[in-house]
Design a protein around this ligand. Structure first.
Ligand code: GLA
Length: 702
């Protein structure tokens, strides 16, 4: 047996009959000696069932039907109609530290599969696979899926759905018999992308219970499955969705599957989150290792296409007064792009709006100590553009058919060298001529016809954008890239290796954002998530939230502003200044701590906190979403702190709501000294808040 183990989880592989199956994936198991291995092998052996084959069902890694497995196979493919059946034999399996490499060979199908499992110290399991054609004819690969077995007590599934302005909404349901499937064919991860799938027990919540997650580190087409079979087994699976003919392996060629990312927690969903955050933050190039995340003002909702030196200058003056550290000029600065139906593809500064180029405005911004960022959407082209007029053949399309437009645009075929170089060189030139620290990179339509010269190319197009981002960063050291796709349409665990930030959603309404941010944050740390304070009347919902609710919402991410701040009232400006100051003072904690999401809904509210690794500091928010059921809200408890330490618990009054539905403040207001044990188990009384208002708390070891 091979046993990979870290502080909280184990995965045990068992070898028999020239193959590998997974005997356990879940709670950490102690050392296994030879006797224990023998005992476990028989203890977990299933009986043969009536009406089935004369083999015992097992959690086979490759799930071949030829071995009696009855569910979804790991590999599907053929050689022009033959060699559709598989029977892989294990050639070798070796362990090094907490990593296992297994090599399989199918002599008849003439294929070799290499699978690598690495259980990281953060209890995140990374799985990589490659499929090699050892034959003399082409191998038509239909799919390669990663599968992990689920324990009996995993009886529910949590996954996510969504659309523009409402990404990553949770759905939790019983795991029924058969295949439960989420498949994405947008050619990007998409607004409806599940981001991860979590199997869990019906009693699992944020703070307790078992959970098993599996996600793809991939921004293209995708598959997420859960399968419950009549032989009693349950498994979770994921992989890249391949279109017909997308991967045809020539003799000697290999398919490198995108990586899968799995995790087990016996400390609820917060444990899944901590595992992901710890792993992402442990990477040597993690963004907070480079520098603290600068407070960002993005110009989209401030000016839309109405670019002018004077207008932007006024906003920059206010931004500087507030303490903004980065200003981003959004869509509309290039080519004929005065509206969203033309100019896309022509990445040359427009003389109409910026007659002297971008340098004067950048200098103006830089002179105030603020850095500058710029918007691009390099994978797209408007039909009304110089690029399309010169190269109508550079779009993804089925030969002879023009794809339906999306936001008046077509997708540029980045698998064509000319198109790729055009984008790379134009963007590179703008970055070389100007002092640009950051780019916001958009992707505003689906790949409805992802065809290049007759062949499906979502995979190659996805690899091309990864390559392009990496090349831009290589040419411009220090450049940061934000991944945006009509808001949060390309937020995934693959893009974190190439981009530094996500525009979480075009939904900037603080109430809607509470839900979107909460669930995006399940696996993506807040330092990656753009969270901006919007205008007094929100542009998406046309709703007004008080400034306190808006700033508390925006604090728990990579904070910023999406607003023409010259229109803000004096009171709003004062709160924005406090918000910026609080963010700068506390971003080290906000971007490194452990997440605590309270399971106790204190009167239709949501409570969220970040606790420092050394448990010396914490920041919590209490957000009243709808009106409280009781006139005296429940006492709120605060978990995740050190039970013996005494903390000063204090409300951050300058950012919190002061408009209560009661005659007096709670007795402790505005601060009280309590131990972590008391805060977690007794808690303290909150004021009765009006709906859509919030409180911010600072908890510091005294
Ligand atoms: C997309 C983005 C927005 C903005 C516009 C510009 O919708 O999500 O933030 O950049 O494009 O056209």
């Amino acid at each position: 047996m091979i046993h990979l183990r870290q502080s909280r989880s184990s995965i045990i592989f068992s070898e028999s009959d020239e193959t590998l199956s997974i005997l356990h994936w879940g709670k950490k198991i102690g050392d296994l000696n030879a006797a224990a291995e023998k005992a476990l092998a028989v203890a977990t052996q299933k009986p043969h069932f009536h009406g089935g084959l004369d083999v015992a069902p097992r959690n086979l890694i490759l799930r071949e039907h030829s071995r009696g497995f009855i569910g979804h196979p790991a590999l599907r493919g053929h050689r022009n109609g033959v060699a559709a059946s598989n029977h892989f034999k294990l050639k070798s399996a070796s362990q090094k530290d907490q990593s296992m490499v297994a090599l399989f060979h199918d002599e008849i199908a003439e294929l070799e599969i290499t699978l690598t499992y690495t259980l990281t110290p953060s209890d995140v399991l990374l799985i990589d696979a490659s499929v090699k054609n050892l034959g003399t004819t082409d191998y038509f690969l239909e799919h390669f899926l990663y599968w992990l077995p689920l324990a009996e007590q995993a009886d529910e599934l949590l996954d996510f759905y969504g659309h523009w302005t409402k990404e990553r909404q949770p759905q939790r349901r019983e795991i029924g018999y058969g295949l439960t499937s989420r498949e994405g064919f947008e050619g990007r991860s998409g607004h409806d992308y599940t981001i991860t799938q979590v199997a869990l027990n019906h009693s699992t919540n944020f703070r307790s219970g078992e959970a098993w997650s599996l996600a793809m580190a991939w921004s293209g087409n995708n598959i997420h499955h859960v399968e419950r079979l009549i032989d009693g087994s349950k498994a979770i699976g994921a992989g890249e969705y391949l279109l017909p003919g997308e991967v045809i392996l020539k003799p000697g060629e290999s398919y490198e599957a995108p990586r899968a990312i799995a995790s087990f927690s016996d400390q609820g969903l917060d444990g899944i989150t901590s595992n992901h955050y710890d792993w992402i933050r442990s990477r040597s190039n993690h963004i907070t290792k480079v520098r603290p995340r600068p407070l960002t003002l993005n110009m989209w909702e401030a000016v839309y296409f109405n670019h002018s030196f004077e207008g932007i200058k006024k906003i920059v003056d206010k931004a500087a007064e507030i303490g903004v550290e980065r200003v981003v000029l959004d869509d509309g600065w290039f080519g004929s792009r005065r509206t969203d139906n033309k100019g896309l593809g022509d990445w040359v500064v427009s003389k109409d709006v910026w007659p002297d180029g971008l340098q004067p405005i950048i200098k103006y911004i830089n002179d105030k100590g603020i850095e500058f960022g710029l918007w691009f959407e390099g994978e797209m082209v408007n039909a009304d553009s110089d690029l399309y007029r010169a190269h109508p053949d550079w779009i993804l399309q089925e030969p002879g058919r023009i794809p339906v437009e999306g936001r008046w645009q077509q997708v540029l075929d980045l698998t064509k060298e000319g198109a790729y170089n055009h984008v790379l060189n134009q963007v590179d030139a703008v970055l070389s001529e100007n002092n640009i620290a950051y780019i916001k990179w958009d992707h505003n339509r689906h790949l409805s016809d992802p065809i290049s010269d007759g062949r499906a190319v979502v995979r190659k197009q996805t690899q091309a954008i990864y390559r392009l981002f990496d090349e831009l960063k290589r040419r411009h050291p220090g450049l940061e890239i934000e991944s945006c796709a009509s808001g949060g349409g390309r937020v995934d665990l693959g893009m974190i290796e190439h981009a530094d930030r996500f525009w979480t959603s075009d939904q900037n309404d603080a109430l809607e954002r509470q839900q979107i941010q909460r669930w995006t944050g399940l696996v993506i740390p807040p330092e990656f998530l753009g969270t901006h304070v919007g205008p007094t009347v929100g542009h998406q919902m046309h709703r007004t939230h008080n400034i306190s609710f808006r700033v508390i919402n925006a604090l728990f991410g990579h904070a910023g502003i999406e607003w023409n701040v010259t229109e803000a009232s004096d009171e709003e400006i004062a709160t924005l200044k406090s918000y910026v100051a609080f963010y700068k003072k506390n971003r080290d904690l906000l971007h490194s701590g452990d997440v605590v999401r309270s399971d106790v809904l204190v009167g239709n509210a949501q409570m969220y906190g970040t606790v420092a690794k050394d448990k010396k500091r914490a920041i919590f928010s209490y957000m009243q979403l709808t009106s409280a059921d009781n006139f005296g809200p429940l006492v709120a408890t605060f978990e995740g702190l050190d039970s013996k330490t005494t903390y000063t618990f204090k409300v951050v009054e300058e950012l919190s709501s002061q408009d209560f539905l009661q005659k007096s403040h709670p007795g402790w207001w505005p601060s009280v000294a309590m131990t972590g044990e008391q805060l977690a188990n007794i808690g303290l009384q909150l004021p009765v808040l009006k709906p859509e208002s919030g409180l911010l708390f600072e908890i510091v070891a005294s």
